[in-house]
Design a protein around this ligand. Structure first.
Ligand SMILES: NC(=O)N[C@@H](CC(=O)O)C(=O)O
Ligand SMILES: [Zn+2]
Ligand SMILES: [Zn+2]
Length: 428
């Protein structure tokens, strides 16, 4: 039976909201009109809420295999569905790492059996992400690797990166880079700046990230590969990416909601729920990230959802792992702090979470159109709620945004024509 989404308001390109019904046959949108008769369709009433393309998050840690106590493919994708995300890309810093055909086959099978939303698996650049030996890019691409990354660690060796880029270019895949120079980390757990000085903590300097980006854009120029920068965080990094784009180098970048919303000035005290990699930088960095997002230097937003157990996050600031969760709070936070405050339009925010990442990685998702997959998120823009980690479907409760009051919460998420989540918490 075809499904009919009724009573939804579609966000048009000019920013206006139009009452539209959407007819879905199997997993595809077959008709969008102001009034489609109910006939014998299965009617899904979206109750006057706004209808958006399902959100796309190309930077998510699902932790399975090996870290199931932090998150599983099931819990992580349920969290994605609750956050309105219909397609996510899974980072490979798992145990084992998807660095071989067999591991990637296993992962794809597991995704097929247990994921609530579409999951695109990354493969690693180096074997076990150890930075010593390249993986077999051709084999991994053949097995459906979305792109290549060693997220969690930087590629230290320039010649390793050069060879990785050449291999990635050959198979037509991107190199997605966690940029961190090990000799500059300084054993820090926060940004090297006012906060680290005030609290007498070791700090990670901005150059720890930006020197890798500067090196890599030149390597990207030499190889012609699509080079994508993960979780960009410093003003110098933004400048390097801007200049590289101007020079015609094929570089793209993502930024996380937390780096757009917070700087080290906002850290209330020593608290591992404010510890992530890269760290929250200075206020000038935050401003540069927003400016970079507005002028197109930064291409899209990705959460870097990084769940950890409460036990791990209760360790000292030095010992607690880096990372915070993001899937269930991204849209309400960004809507409240950027759209409601008039910094960007709703259309722009939605594009940064949907069509932009899809354009960058040539994915056929991220828009609501006849003939496309029915990946749809309905959002109640008037709903005001406080962020409460005890309600998260993610196993990870590690967020710095506890009790933040936000407006604009997802109410229904559909992937491939199937409702996978509905407000009230019930997972479909
Ligand atoms: N971002 C983080 O702070 N942590 C990530 C690793 C990463 O994204 O580099 C993790 O896997 O926990
Ligand atoms: Zn990373
Ligand atoms: Zn990450």
């Amino acid at each position: 039976m075809a499904k009919l989404l009724k009573n939804g308001k579609l966000l048009e390109k000019d920013g206006s909201l139009q009452n539209k019904d959407i007819l879905i046959e199997q997993d595809v949108i077959i008709k969008i009109e102001s009034e489609i008769p109910e006939a014998n369709h299965e009617v899904i009433n979206v109750g006057g809420n706004i209808i958006l393309p399902g959100f796309v998050d190309l930077h998510v840690h699902l932790r399975e295999p090996g870290g199931e106590y932090k998150e599983t493919i099931t819990t992580g994708t349920n969290a994605a569905a609750r956050g309105g995300f219909t397609t996510i890309a899974a980072m490979p810093n798992t145990r084992p790492v998807p660095d071989s055909k067999e591991q990637l086959q296993w992962l794809n099978q597991r995704i097929e059996e247990t994921a609530a939303v579409r999951v695109l698996p990354y493969a690693s650049i180096t074997v076990r992400e150890l930075g010593k030996e390249l993986t077999n890019f051709e084999e991994l691409a053949g097995e459906g690797a979305f792109a290549f990354t060693d997220d969690g660690v930087g590629i230290q060796d320039a010649s390793m990166m050069l060879h990785a880029m050449k291999e990635a270019a050959k198979v037509g895949k991107a190199i997605v880079a966690h940029c961190e120079e090990n000799t500059l980390i300084n054993k820090g757990s926060v940004h090297e700046g006012d906060f680290s000085e005030r609290f007498g903590l070791k700090g990670i300097p901005s150059v720890c990230e930006s020197v890798h980006i500067a090196r890599d854009v030149l390597l990207a120029e030499a190889t012609g590969v699509h080079y994508h920068v993960c979780h960009i965080s410093t003003k110098e990094s933004v400048r390097v990416v801007r200049d590289a784009k101007r020079a015609g180098i094929r570089v793209t970048a993502e930024v996380s909601p937390h780096h757009l919303l917070l700087s080290d000035e906002d850290i209330p005290g020593i608290d591992p729920n404010f510890k992530m990699n890269p760290p929250l930088r200075g206020i000038e960095d935050k401003k540069a990230l927003i400016e970079g997002l507005l002028d197109g230097t930064i291409d899209f937003i990705a959460t870097d959802h990084a769940p950890h157990s409460e036990e791990e996050k209760s360790e000292s600031i030095e010992l607690a792992p880096f990372g915070i969760v993001g899937l269930e709070t991204a849209f309400p936070l960004l809507y409240t702090h950027f759209v409601e405050k008039g910094i960007i339009s709703l259309n722009e925010l939605v594009a940064l979470l949907t069509s932009k990442p899809c354009e960058v990685f040539e994915l056929p998702y991220g828009t609501i159109q006849v003939g496309k997959k029915a990946d749809i998120t309905a959002v109640n823009l008037d709903d005001v709620e406080k962020i409460d980690p005890t309600t998260f479907l993610s196993k990870g409760k590690n967020t710095p945004f506890v009790n933040w009051e936000c407006k604009g919460w997802p109410v229904l998420t559909m992937v491939n024509g199937e409702v996978v989540w509905k407000k009230g918490g019930e997972v479909q």
